[in-house]
Design a protein around this ligand. Structure first.
Ligand SMILES: Nc1ncnc2c1ncn2[C@@H]1O[C@H](COP(=O)(O)OP(=O)(O)O)[C@@H](O)[C@H]1O
Ligand SMILES: [Mg+2]
Length: 333
């Protein structure tokens, strides 16, 4: 449905998007995940025909984004980072205004507005001024505005940026729903690992204008841990140095590191690893309080691939997961 080949955008010598190539299948949710300034918005704006590439090409539904920009525009709906909505107009009036801009026939538009408002559970708010809406309601309005022309492709630039947790959940649910029910092809950008993980069929990790890795979330995570590695975290009330070295010396253990007085993290491989480690701890009279099986997160993947944290230059600071630093810093195979 979408294909980019060496898509590039320079702003006075600054390469914002640097020879990006990827393709998005029909009906897929494709994520561009990367920190602020990575080039996500610029990529979306090029696909939306709002800005021209300096080099490279892209097609949407086989139409060239430069040569056939009018055709491309008919296929896409864009939800940009900024919400454009008239506070003093009601929900319905706002949608009517934008729908007429798209030149949608009045009868068709009337029914469509009602359907879309129902779709995002805003039906009973249709005659209420948008100025009184919560941020989640406004963002849902912003998304359905992009759906007025029934696009085949939806471009979502940071769809949950700045939303409170409740609204974030609502908007994410809605994105999944329109993808499932309308088979809509979606590209979404985000700097939130969890969002990419929850929503996207495949994820392109973008950093400094380049795609650093592109795959499904499970495959990306496997690059970090290795297909066969499991990460366990044991809480042992009476953890001793001896216990730590016994675990470390096990054949099924790749690495074991003591986190604090009672906690040990173990990278293990093989099917029986768990049993073997438990037996070893018991043999030394260790009292196990809890065991966790830790999956590598996309955060680990980003760090592993780009060598820096995704939030290094992002505006949203969230405390890091404690286990991050235990991940091996191997090169990507
Ligand atoms: N119109 C512009 N003029 C000059 N530089 C720009 C312009 N738009 C974006 N940039 C720069 O391009 C880079 C990528 O920006 P952007 O695509 O907005 O990244 P993201 O959406 O991933 O945060 C940044 O360094 C940004 O400052
Ligand atoms: Mg952006």
């Amino acid at each position: 449905m979408i294909e980019t080949r060496n898509l590039t955008k320079e702003f006075n010598g600054l390469v914002a998007v640097d020879h990006i190539s990827f393709s998005v299948k029909r009906g897929e949710i494709f994520g561009l995940l990367g920190p602020n300034g990575a080039g996500k918005t610029t990529t979306i704006r090029m696909l939306a025909t709002l800005t021209r590439p300096t080099a490279g090409t892209a097609t949407v539904g086989d139409y060239d984004i430069v040569k056939d920009d009018n055709e491309v525009r008919k296929l896409i709906g864009l939800v940009s980072e900024k919400i454009i909505m008239y506070d003093r107009l009601t929900a319905k009036e706002n949608l009517w205004f934008f729908g007429r801009l798209y030149n949608i026939q009045k009868e068709v538009l009337n029914t469509r507005i009602d359907e879309l408002l129902e779709l995002v559970q805003l039906g009973k708010w249709k005659d209420v001024q948008v100025g009184t809406f919560s941020s989640g309601m406004r963002q849902r309005m912003n998304v359905i505005r992009a759906l007025l022309n029934m696009p085949e492709v939806l471009l979502l630039d940071e769809p949950t940026l700045g939303l409170d947790p409740q609204s974030t959940v609502e908007v994410r649910e809605f994105i999944k729903k329109i993808n499932r029910e309308n088979k809509m092809t979606i590209i979404l950008t985000t700097h939130m690992m969890i969002e990419a993980d929850l929503l996207c069929d495949r994820i392109g990790i973008i950093d400094h204008g380049k795609i650093a890795a592109l795959d499904t979330s499970p495959h990306l995570k496997r690059r970090v841990s290795g297909a066969d590695t499991t990460i366990f975290e044991f809480e042992i009330a009476n953890l001793t140095t001896n216990m730590v070295s016994s675990i470390q010396s096990l054949e099924c253990v790749g690495s074991a590191s003591r986190d604090n007085a009672t906690r040990i993290r173990v990278h293990a491989h093989g099917n029986n690893a768990f049993d073997i480690i438990i037996d070893t701890i018991r043999a030394e009279k260790g009292k196990i309080n809890s065991v966790k099986n830790l999956e590598p997160t996309l955060e680990d993947v980003f760090l592993h691939i780009t060598g820096h944290d995704v939030r290094d230059n992002a505006d949203q600071k969230i405390p890091m997961k404690g286990h991050r630093r235990f991940m091996p810093r191997r090169r990507v195979r």
